[in-house]
Design a protein around this ligand. Structure first.
Ligand SMILES: *[C@@H]1O[C@H](CO)[C@@H](O)[C@H](O)[C@H]1NC(C)=O
Ligand SMILES: *[C@@H]1O[C@H](CO)[C@@H](O)[C@H](O)[C@H]1NC(C)=O
Ligand SMILES: CC(=O)N[C@H]1CO[C@H](CO)[C@@H](O)[C@@H]1O
Length: 327
């Protein structure tokens, strides 16, 4: 009895001490055309893991298009590399502000981008920044990065395994034909869950919104896999081509629209999956389609090849971020 009590007190005390919060706030500093370090942190002795909990930045407009990298556990190639606007779920560097959710947002007219995704590591984390290639001089930046050692991550009852890693799967300005399948995430083996997805599309009209999302929660699963949505806008919690206009919900947002010319438009949206995680057990494919087709009865999302095209989807230039935990 006494021994047990002592032991529990010890365990509790140790746990509390280990919740070591670390980070930086850099005010009026410079970001360079070459890649330069913003922050690094190595776990204290006795700590088993850590997690980044926050990223925020502002400064010169060039900061918005700068590339930030997270090198996890001494990686040579960063498993996470992003631009701020896509990190916040807004395609085409959309400057709409202020808006925010508990996860992402933009709190100022210039910059003010933030993100609270949990980024786990086992040994160390290193954060770097680099100006876009068209900028040749250093530019002013304010940046905040923060995390905590030994802080577990849970999503509404599901606790992330301690060895989980957050990975970012990207498509950047790739052109797809009408009805082409767009593989948003491709993970041949392992377990994990889809945390978040942002899609940004440049197209001739809005008929790409007919495209359904399909998740293959085992890599070799056959079409249609798990039908995740009945159209693109439906996946982002809207309907009828977003006929209520733009919005920034906690779970989803329609974050950008611009009619560039008669035949070109830009569109973007984000979706969080912390409330309705999509788990996979043996590899994962997550696919979207650039427009879609119906079968003879008029049903969509169930025809892989052939079928009747809905509307007149055009070629699209697609950018996509998919944030996936793997373990
Ligand atoms: C990590 O940051 C410290 C300053 O906090 C710096 O002195 C050190 O060189 C950095 N380490 C690496 C590997 O970049
Ligand atoms: C994609 O295209 C847009 C618009 O032309 C451009 O601003 C952006 O830098 C491009 N992104 C990448 C990663 O090439
Ligand atoms: C990582 C690196 O090479 N950083 C350099 C980038 O350029 C600035 C200014 O020229 C240097 O001060 C950094 O050392």
């Amino acid at each position: 009895m006494h021994v047990w009590l002592l032991l529990s007190i010890c365990v509790l005390t140790t746990t509390a001490q280990d919740l070591n919060t670390f980070g930086i706030g850099l005010s009026s500093q410079w970001l360079y055309p070459n890649e330069s370090e913003i922050f690094n942190h190595t776990l204290s002795s006795g700590s088993n893991f850590g997690v980044l909990t926050h990223f925020w930045t502002t400064g010169d407009p060039a900061i918005d298009q700068s590339t930030f990298s997270y090198y996890i556990d001494g990686e040579q190639v960063p498993s996470i590399q992003f631009v701020t606007y896509m990190l916040a779920g807004a395609g085409f560097n959309d400057q709409t502000a202020p808006w925010g959710t508990k996860w992402i947002g933009k709190g100022a007219q210039g910059g003010g981008w933030y993100n609270n995704f949990r980024v786990p590591f086992q040994k160390s984390i290193r954060v770097t920044g680099k100006l876009p290639s068209f900028v040749t001089d250093r530019k002013i930046i304010w940046v905040i990065v923060r995390g905590t050692e030994n802080l577990p991550t849970a999503f509404h009852g599901f606790q992330l395994p301690l060895n989980a890693r957050l990975t970012l799967h990207k498509i950047e300005n790739q052109t797809y034909d009408p009805l082409a399948w767009v593989r948003v995430a491709d993970i041949p083996t392992g377990r994990g869950l889809l945390l978040s997805h942002t899609l940004a599309v440049n197209s001739g009209n809005l008929n790409f919104l007919e495209g359904c999302y399909h998740a293959y929660t085992q890599y070799e699963q056959q079409f249609p896999g798990l039908i995740v949505s009945t159209g693109t806008e439906d996946y982002f919690d809207s309907a009828f081509y977003f006929n209520a206009g733009q919005f920034h919900f906690e779970v989803s947002g329609y974050s950008h629209f611009r009619q560039v010319s008669k035949d070109i438009l830009e569109w973007s949206a984000y979706r969080m999956h912390d409330l309705d995680p999509i788990f996979f057990t043996n590899g994962f494919r997550f696919e979207w389609r650039n427009g879609d087709v119906v079968d003879d009865r008029g049903f969509k999302c169930i025809v892989d090849q052939g079928g009747q095209v809905v509307g007149i989807p055009t070629k699209s230039i697609v950018s996509s971020y998919a944030w996936v935990y793997v373990w």
